[in-house]
Ligand binder design. Structure first.
Ligand code: NAI
Ligand code: MG
Length: 351
């Protein structure tokens, strides 16, 4: 059966970087059918909504979805529920991608671009697994109102159910088995009941299906410090939605430019994952051929590995990016002067 990769280029530099990823996909996985559809502002312009039902259906039927970026000043004034960003949220919700994977690794050629010393960063390779569809960003009740004493207040609720913790923990353990076999679970069990429950559940799950995985626990604030003190101690970090949001952004900045950072969001096995660069639509450089295509190409690498079952093709892409950087190929954000197309050509030369 042929596999399908659905490209959702989106807005701004999205179409430029997904076009680069498409060129790579056609070379390393020529038998995969590549389709494309509109999302975000581009979809609003065409059909007045950021994500049509038809596009969501196509995403659900695909084997993997590669998104560029959405948003931009052109759509800043549209209603909140019709914003380009709602297209992205609709996709995440519609595909039920509950495990967000954010790797932080350092390419040898970019070691000196880090704000940390070479010895702290050289050889860094960690993966953050963040729960993406529950926790304090979704818990009820939430609101802004006035209490019975007439005092104004704003509140959110952090709730995790056992099945929600179980499914993301499974993903973290599975990923660790293919790496160094270590998972560090992060919460604030010292001050939060939902954090204490998280620790209890992860500990119990480790006993039932944690074979081959070494589990440790760390409080989230300590983890934030350890990430800049000694990031190489980590293999896989498992965190809830809120702490995972903060820690993945922190870890990302250890390794340099936003133009290098991919992400994957996975649902249950057999459903398509959503792969996208961490960066946005970069309206300041859109249409000028200046965007670094690496984040999109490395997102394709994750799609090949996690949804399309092609680890060899993924390894080829990873090595080609590393080799191109080593040969001196760099876009402007990395201190070079290559265009998006020239950078992509350099990576293709290394394939
Ligand atoms: P941004 O990530 O688009 O840009 C931040 C800075 O990084 C800019 O100076 C930009 O030129 C640079 N940059 C980003 N990607 C780059 C690349 N591949 N190569 C070289 N330089 C790159 O974030 P910003 O400016 O806050 O947001 C711009 C728009 O993107 C907004 O409408 C925002 O809502 C949207 N956005 C969308 C996201 C998504 O689709 N997942 C994520 C973040 C923002
Ligand atoms: Mg964030």
């Amino acid at each position: 059966m042929t596999q399908t990769l659905l490209l959702l280029p989106g807005d701004g530099i999205g179409p430029e970087v997904t076009a680069a990823a498409q060129r790579i996909a056609e070379l390393v996985a020529p038998d995969v059918t590549i389709e494309s559809a509109l999302v975000g502002g581009a979809a609003i312009d065409a059909s007045d909504v950021p994500l049509t039902d038809e596009t969501l259906d196509r995403a659900k039927r695909a084997d993997a979805v590669l998104l560029g970026a959405v948003g931009g000043p052109k759509w800043a004034d549209v209603d909140r529920d019709k914003r380009p960003e709602m297209g992205l949220l609709g996709l995440r919700k519609g595909l039920d991608v509950f495990a967000n994977l954010r790797p932080a690794y350092c390419f040898e050629a970019l070691v000196d671009a880090s704000s940390l010393k070479r010895e702290r960063i050289e050889g860094l390779d960690l993966m953050i697994v963040r729960e993406l569809t529950s926790g304090v960003y979704f818990g009820q009740p939430r609101g802004i109102d006035t209490d019975e004493n007439g005092v104004r207040r704003g509140y959110d609720t952090s709730v995790y159910t056992a099945p929600e913790i179980e499914r993301v923990t499974r993903v973290a353990f599975e990923i660790a088995r293919g790496r160094d076999g270590r998972v560090c679970s992060v919460e604030k069990s010292n001050v939060m009941e939902s954090g204490l429950f998280w620790r209890q559940e992860v500990t119990a799950l480790h006993k039932t299906f944690g074979e081959g995985v070494e589990l440790s626990h760390m409080l989230a604030d300590a983890c934030a410090m350890e990430l800049v003190r000694n990031p190489k101690q980590f293999d896989v970090i498992l965190a809830d939605n809120l702490f995972g949001d903060l820690l993945s952004d922190e870890a990302a900045m250890l390794t340099g430019s936003i133009g290098m950072l991919p992400s994957a969001s996975l649902g249950i096995e057999g459903t398509p994952g959503l792969f996208e660069p961490v960066h946005g639509s970069a309206p300041d450089i859109a249409g000028q051929g200046l965007a670094n295509p690496c984040a999109a190409i490395l997102s394709l690498e994750m799609a090949l590995r996690w949804s399309l079952g092609r680890p060899d093709a993924a390894d080829r892409v990873m090595k080609a990016v590393a080799d191109a950087l080593k040969s001196g190929a760099k876009t402007r954000d990395l201190g070079g002067d290559m265009s998006t197309t020239a950078m992509t050509d350099a990576i293709i030369d290394c394939l």
